[in-house]
Design a protein around this ligand. Structure first.
Ligand code: SF4
Length: 287
């Protein structure tokens, strides 16, 4: 019987990110969310796991950098200070240079043996600047929205299951409608289960702001192309997700035994997996 640190049970909750990892590779889920807390006879030393968790996929870094810059600009707006495109662009380029200067050492892919060519940083810089330009162009439409929250972790419960969400931007329209916005920095066909993500946001907002589903709108804004996709949910759709989340959470927590988390190796996933170094089933061939 596996003994886990008490802290695991304090922070154990459902999130869309966990859902994605769970459905991508359950072994990866084990390494990411359970292995750091194993107290007795761990398969991999939890210290090693915690160290590996410091690496970040180059694809995730790209999104994070843009989100960080945008969030700082929104904060300026919320404080009634002017936003600054030039400052945002410079701050972004500086961050890209920092990664370039260390040769991408903190990228998971680099740690897993992939060479990161100079062209990657050039593309990262160009894509980021396009996204920032789009964001600033679009922001005109957001000025009339009251800024309620942005990029904060929020927690709520469905029965006894904790759920964690982080909405990019929560705004209130002049007609009092609440709009939950998610900035997407990838391609505009990159919408893996977006409806589930947005429905989880609606469930949170219903509780947090004490509203019904029809008083809440959601939208995806694709910063690469400027496309916006609105999503509205009927109460029944939100109810389905409300039932699905605890069901999945029970499955995720049915066992904490390493052997109950099967690996799903593929070259693409394993190269971007933080745990390829310690995973016996990895598809990454280390030289
Ligand atoms: S290396 Fe591959 S198989 Fe192993 S945990 Fe990561 S994604 Fe899963």
């Amino acid at each position: 019987m596996v003994e886990l640190d008490n802290f695991f049970f304090q922070i154990n909750s459902w999130s869309f990110t966990k859902h994605r990892v769970w459905n991508r590779c359950q072994r990866q889920y084990y390494f990411e969310y359970i292995a750091p807390y194993v107290k007795s006879t761990p398969v991999v030393n939890p210290e090693k796991i915690r160290w590996l968790k410091n690496f970040t996929s180059k694809f995730v870094v790209q999104g994070q950098l843009i989100h960080d810059i945008i969030d700082k600009q929104i904060q300026l707006h919320c404080e009634n200070k002017p936003m600054d495109l030039v400052e945002a662009m410079n701050a972004f380029s500086k961050k890209v240079s920092l990664y370039k200067n260390i040769g991408g050492e903190t990228f998971t892919e680099y740690h897993n043996g992939e060479k990161i060519p100079g062209s990657f940083y050039a593309a990262l810089d160009e894509n980021g600047k396009t996204c920032l330009q789009t964001f600033f162009g679009k922001w005109q439409d957001y000025r009339s929205r009251a800024c309620l929250r942005h990029e904060e972790f929020d927690h709520f419960s469905i029965g006894d299951v904790g759920v964690t969400v982080k909405v990019d931007f929560v705004g209130r329209m002049p007609d009092d409608t609440l709009v939950l916005t998610d900035w997407k920095t990838g391609r505009d066909d990159d919408e893996y289960e977006t409806e589930l993500q947005m429905a989880a946001y609606v469930l949170w907002a219903k509780q947090y702001y004490k509203l019904s589903a029809d008083e809440i709108s959601t939208e995806l804004v694709f910063l690469k192309t400027g496309a916006t996709k609105p999503y509205r949910f009927f109460e029944e759709q939100v109810c389905e997700v409300q039932e699905m989340i605890p069901r999945e959470f029970v499955t995720m927590n049915a066992s904490y035994e390493y052997g109950d988390f099967p690996a799903t190796p593929s070259q693409r996933e394993c190269l971007s997996c933080k745990f390829a170094e310690v995973c016996p089933e990895t598809a990454v061939v280390r030289k």
